[in-house]
Design a binder for this molecule. Structure first.
Ligand SMILES: [Zn+2]
Length: 385
C-alpha cells in the first residue's frame, strides 16, 4: 500500500517510501497543522505496543539521518543503541514523521539532528509529539550536529520564498568527509555528557574514527608521513595542493603518495558536473570537481521546461560528462536531459543505506568516489589530472 503525498489520516502511514515523482516544493515542509499533530499523537498512542525494546543500560540515541546514525554507531559502539529515522533512499528534506518514531523519541536520551533546518518539516512534529523537554532545542539531549561546521551558501537574507529549502545555508555538509570529524567530536561530547562513565571509551572511538577517516581520505601512507590532522588543516585551509607538492619525502613530493578517496579523485579533478539538487557543494570543494549547474533552479523546486531547455544548451557544450542525481528525486527531467544530450545520468546516494553497498559512512564514500571517477573519466579523457 502506498500513501498519498501528504498524510491526512492516521491510517495513511505505511512503511513504504514516498512515491518518487510527487516531490512537492519546500512549502510542504512548513505546513504542519495542529490537526496533523493531533493525528500524530493519536497514532503514537496506538503504535506504543510495537515499540522496540530498549537494550538494558544502553544510551538510547535517535539519529534523524543515516549518516549521523553511522557516525554515532562508530563512536558509541555497544554502549549505545541507535535508531535512525530517515532511510538513505529518502529525501532528507521531506520525510514522513511516522508516529512510531514518537514512541522511540520518548525513550531517547539523545536526538542527533543535521540542523540548518534540513529536518524542519518532520523533526519538530516528532519531538513535540514525544513531549520530552530534553529533546527540544536547548534541551540536554538535543544535539545539533551542524555545530562547528563552516556552512557555505548562507543567504544574505533569511528567506523561504519560492520554496527555497536552504534558508540557513547549505545543510548537506556531510558530503565533505572532513566535516564528519567535527560531527564525531560533537557526538562524542554528547555521549560523554549522557554517559560520563563511558568517557574514555567514547574518546578512544572518536580518535579511531578520525584516524580511519584520514586514512580513507588521504591514504595511509601519506597520513603516516605527515599526520592526518596536519593534512586536514591544510585541506581545510585550501593549501593541501601546495603542501603536497612542496613537501619532499625520500626524493619525491608527498603528492606521489596521496591515496584514499582524494588520490582516486585526482583523475576527476577540475571536471564539470551538473547535479540535480544543490547538495554537492561541500563534496565538490573537497574533491575539486566543479558543479556548473543544477537541474533544480532553486533547492526544492522542480525544473520548468524553460530551465530544462537552458540546461540542454549548456550540456551541448560537451564538457559535462555526467549529471549526478539522487535515488529519491523525480527522474523525468534527468531522463529527458540524457535523451536530448547523451550525457550520462549517475544516481548516487548521499546517505548511508542509499545503495546496497553504502553500509556505513566509509563505504558510502568508497562507492561514490569510485562511481564518479568512472563516470567522469570513462569517455572523452579531456583535461584530467
Ligand atoms: Zn538540500
Amino acid at each position: 500500500m502506498r500513501h498519498t503525498q501528504r498524510p491526512r489520516t492516521p491510517t495513511s502511514y505505511t512503511t513504504m517510501p514516498r512515491p518518487q515523482a510527487t516531490r512537492v516544493p519546500g512549502r510542504r515542509a512548513l505546513c504542519w497543522s495542529a490537526a496533523v499533530l493531533t493525528l500524530l499523537l493519536a497514532g503514537a498512542a496506538a503504535a506504543e505496543p510495537v515499540a522496540a525494546a530498549a537494550g538494558p543500560g544502553k544510551v538510547q540515541v535517535v539519529a534523524a539521518l543515516p549518516n549521523l546514525g553511522s557516525i554515532a554507531g562508530a563512536i558509541g559502539g555497544d554502549r549505545i543503541e541507535v535508531t535512525t529515522i530517515a532511510t538513505g533512499t529518502q529525501d532528507a528534506h521531506f520525510v514522513d514523521p511516522k508516529p512510531s518514531y514518537i514512541v522511540k523519541l520518548r525513550k531517547a536520551d539523545l536526538l542527533l539532528i543535521n540542523g540548518l533546518d534540513l529536518e524542519i518539516g518532520w523533526i519538530p512534529p516528532l519531538t513535540q509529539g514525544a513531549r520530552s523537554a530534553r529533546l527540544l532545542p536547548g534541551g540536554a539531549g538535543y544535539v545539533d550536529c551542524s555545530s562547528g561546521i563552516a556552512v557555505v551558501e548562507i543567504p544574505s537574507t533569511l528567506s523561504r520564498t519560492e520554496g527555497d529549502v536552504h534558508p540557513y545555508g547549505n545543510p548537506h555538509y556531510l558530503t565533505d568527509p572532513l566535516n564528519a570529524v567535527t560531527v564525531a567530536a560533537t557526538i562524542a561530547e554528547a555521549l560523554k555528557r549522557a554517559d560520563p562513565s563511558g568517557a574514555a571509551f567514547y574518546d578512544d572511538n572518536r580518535r579511531a574514527f578520525e584516524r580511519r577517516l584520514y586514512e580513507s581520505l588521504f591514504g595511509k601512507e601519506v597520513v603516516d608521513l605527515a599526520g592526518g590532522a596536519k593534512l586536514a588543516r591544510e585541506a581545510q585551509a585550501g593549501t593541501l595542493d601546495a603542501f603536497l607538492d612542496g613537501t619532499t619525502v625520500a626524493g619525491a613530493p608527498l603528492r606521489a603518495r596521496l591515496g584514499g578517496w582524494l588520490g582516486a579523485m585526482q583523475a576527476a579533478r577540475g571536471k564539470p558536473v551538473v547535479t540535480y539538487h544543490k547538495d554537492y557543494s561541500y563534496f565538490a570543494a573537497r574533491f575539486g570537481i566543479r558543479v556548473v549547474d543544477y537541474v533544480e533552479p532553486k533547492p526544492g523546486i522542480q525544473p520548468s521546461a524553460k530551465h530544462l531547455g537552458e540546461l540542454v544548451e549548456r550540456l551541448k557544450q560537451g564538457d559535462v560528462k555526467a549529471i549526478l542525481t539522487r535515488p529519491y528525486v523525480e527522474h523525468r527531467s534527468t531522463d529527458s536531459l540524457a535523451e536530448r544530450t547523451g550525457v550520462s545520468i549517475v544516481t548516487l546516494p548521499i546517505e548511508v543505506g542509499g545503495a546496497p553497498e553504502a553500509t556505513d559512512y566509509f563505504k558510502l564514500f568508497d562507492m561514490v568516489t569510485g562511481r564518479i571517477v568512472q563516470a567522469l573519466t570513462a569517455a572523452g579523457r579531456t583535461s584530467g589530472g
